[in-house]
Design a binder for this molecule. Structure first.
Ligand SMILES: [Zn+2]
Ligand SMILES: [Zn+2]
Length: 246
């Protein structure tokens, strides 16, 4: 049933219809989940499970600004489906069957690829030129909120939306993995922007999984990776070796 529906959507819908559906999908992910995620965080804070990172109150103005930029990003994200669709229709992208295992493995691989992709784009965004003209929009949220997740300059939104198209032509995924990946991605994004973490921020590494990015918003440096600091450590290591060789 779902496979048939996916087949109809991929091969029979027009590019404009697909753009509209993609915009709607990202819109629902943003406005449908953000308030729930926030309420769950507040509830877990009362239970003593989560702790606020910055106690500074976020103004209504900031949340409004974040939503305006996020809406612009959602319209940009809608375009990400078009090259994928084109390559599917000319058989340059081949999908795997929609089995459970293909979906799970696909989502894991896409999430790992997203981490590498984000690290590279984010590191570029911190080059002074891009910081000044592009990435500063995202860093306007010094204390991030769940509404910061898509709050980007349109150019940064465009770059970040290239996660699937930079891997799908080279590695096959099931349609369900590609469809569910934005959901998994936004949940990770919420955890990295909700301004909550487990413990006081100096516990075991797994406790900080996905929450380091909150601190990056106020420090403006380090933690270019999103969910983990593996790539930050790796690049520090490489640059240290490079300097010691000189
Ligand atoms: Zn952020
Ligand atoms: Zn940044």
């Amino acid at each position: 049933m779902i496979t048939k529906l996916v087949h109809i959507i991929i091969y029979e819908y027009s590019y404009i219809q697909l753009y509209g559906l993609t915009v709607l999908y990202f819109f629902l992910l943003y406005y449908g989940i953000a308030p729930i995620f926030n309420k769950v965080c507040i509830w877990l804070e009362h239970k003593g499970v989560l702790h606020k990172i910055s106690i500074k109150e976020v103004t209504k103005r900031q949340k409004k600004m974040e939503q305006i930029h996020s809406l612009k990003s959602i319209f940009i994200f809608g375009f990400s489906i078009l090259p994928i669709l084109y390559l599917v229709r000319i058989n340059r992208i081949i999908f795997l069957p929609d089995t459970f295992i293909n979906s799970v493995v696909g989502i894991v691989l896409l999430t790992i690829w997203n981490e590498v992709h984000f690290f590279v784009i984010h590191r570029i965004m911190h080059i002074p030129f891009f910081m000044k003209y592009v990435h500063r929009i995202h860093h306007k949220s010094v204390t991030p909120t769940v509404y910061s997740v898509y709050s980007f300059h349109w150019f940064e939104a465009l770059l970040l939306s290239t996660v699937p198209i930079t891997i799908l032509p080279f590695l096959s995924f099931s349609p369900m993995a590609v469809f569910l990946y934005p959901l998994v991605s936004i949940l990770l994004n919420y955890s990295g922007h909700c301004n909550y973490r487990f413990g006081k921020g100096n516990g075991a590494d797994w406790k900080l999984f996905g929450t380091r990015h909150n601190a990056h918003h106020s420090s403006f440096k380090k933690s270019y990776g999103f969910a983990s600091d593996v790539l930050d450590k790796l690049s520090d290591n490489i640059s240290q070796r490079w300097r010691s060789k000189k």
